[in-house]
Design a protein around this ligand. Structure first.
Ligand code: ZN
Length: 430
């Protein structure tokens, strides 16, 4: 038997008659590997009185143990195509090891019969009662968002889907997609995904497509329902992504820019080319520097104004103070400076804009959902909805599309700040 302890048999080699037999020394040649099934030959050889003796013996190592079939799970039903669900079957053999891949099964007369044979031909068979049926419908999984928002006339790109059936496997190719989408008209549409498995079980799911009007801003026109999206502290690494989103909906915004990072000079140019307003925030954004004296502030302001002009050709006189005109931080550096600066800017023909809606992205939250909520809850009719945001924050960029959806579906116009825009001012605290 395989794996048994075979010891080469001792033999008595004699010379002479039965009674006068004398043991002779002999040599054994050949080895029996009891770990390996097969036929082995062992020879016994001896020399005695000038004669040569040789005896050959055949040793067979055999495997007579049947493999084990292990069933995991309970049988309820099997698919009409023979697929077995929810049950795992493994086979192991004392000699061959794991022979799960050798398992065969067949289904007949509401029975499933498993059979597995090892390499020595030892076979194990197990039989179970089953019900052959398939009444489970396939599952359809949609990639991408649901609903999807589209700006009017924006092409719909299907983000894809997968259909899986318990019996048939992946049947994505069988999915029939129909839709009543008309991108030329605002409204709510549906894309229907329908799939039927080979037993006739059908599933349908829908994706909602909301076509919203593009922003329709005209310069010089005033709006009762208006939103000014303002982005401070950029341009930065997320600004281009933001510009692309704004562009899709033709939304115009205002960027209150800084000037110390030359890596984004091209983005600054792009902001202007896309029709957004470039406002002056600060070249250095260094509170200790700009709020230590009126001269320092003005030098810094002229520096950012120059930079904007150099990259866009636009001479901006639209300002936002770092921290807003109501900041108290500046008290630390120069008491009374905010009163002086606001008067000074006024004299110089500049306009400064604070905000009346906080998105919360300046430290309160990093969650785009909270930003969306903060902004959409605060937007009101007959108000200069001036939203403070920062394009250097990735979560703000992630929130922006939903804010745009809210505004456009509720009849608001997104406008950039111009010199005609009514100033939104905080009260001065220093
Ligand atoms: Zn700032």
């Amino acid at each position: 038997m395989v794996n048994s302890n075979y010891v080469n048999e001792r033999i008595n080699l004699c010379y002479g008659t039965k009674h006068t037999c004398k043991n002779i020394n002999y040599k054994i040649k050949g080895k029996v590997d009891t770990k390996k099934v097969g036929t082995y030959f062992v020879t016994y050889e001896a020399n005695y009185k000038g004669k040569h003796f040789k005896i050959e013996k055949e040793v067979k190592v055999v495997d007579k143990k049947s493999p084990k079939l292990v069933i995991e799970g309970a049988f309820t039903n099997v698919c009409p195509n023979g697929k077995v669900k929810d049950v795992k079957v493994r086979a192991s053999d004392n000699y061959d090891g794991d022979i799960t891949d050798k398992i065969e099964y067949k289904i007949s007369d509401n029975k499933i019969i498993y059979k597995v044979s090892d390499s020595s031909g030892n076979t194990t068979r197990k039989e179970f009662d089953v019900i052959i049926m398939d009444n489970e419908k396939p599952t359809i999984i949609l990639n991408g968002d649901n609903p999807i928002y589209l700006a009017k006339n924006e092409k719909y790109k299907e983000p894809g889907y997968v259909a899986i059936d318990d019996c048939d496997g992946n049947i994505t190719e069988e999915v029939i997609v129909t839709s009543n989408l008309d991108i030329k008209k605002e409204g709510t549409y549906y894309i229907n995904y329908e799939v039927t498995d080979s037993s006739g079980n059908k599933n349908t799911i829908k994706r909602e497509i909301i076509v919203i009007p593009k922003n329709n801003y005209e310069e010089g026109k005033t709006y009762d329902k208006v939103i000014y999206l303002t982005f401070d502290d950029g341009p930065g690494p997320y600004t281009e992504k933001l510009l692309d989103i704004l562009d899709r909906y033709n939304v115009k915004a205002t960027f209150f820019v800084t000037g110390y990072d030359d890596r984004y000079n091209d983005v600054l140019k792009k902001e202007y080319e896309k029709g957004h307003t470039i406002g002056l925030h600060s070249f250095s954004h260094n509170y200790g520097l700009i709020y230590s004296s009126v001269d320092n502030y003005l030098n810094d302001l002229l520096k950012i104004q120059d930079k904007v002009k150099r990259y866009t050709g636009f001479e901006s006189k639209i300002v936002r103070f770092p921290g807003g005109s109501s900041n108290t931080v500046s008290k630390k550096y120069a008491p009374g400076i905010m009163s002086e600066l606001t008067n000074k800017l006024n004299e110089m023909g500049y306009k400064y804009y604070d905000w009346n809606i906080l998105s919360g992205d300046a430290g309160e939250t990093t969650d785009p959902n909270v930003i969306v909520k903060n902004v959409t809850n605060a937007i009101k009719e007959n108000k200069e909805n001036m939203v403070l945001m920062h394009d250097i924050k990735p979560y703000t960029v992630d929130a922006i599309e939903r804010i745009i959806h809210y505004g456009l579906t509720n009849g608001y116009t997104f406008a950039p700040i111009t010199m005609d825009t009514k100033e939104v001012h905080h009260s001065i605290n220093n």
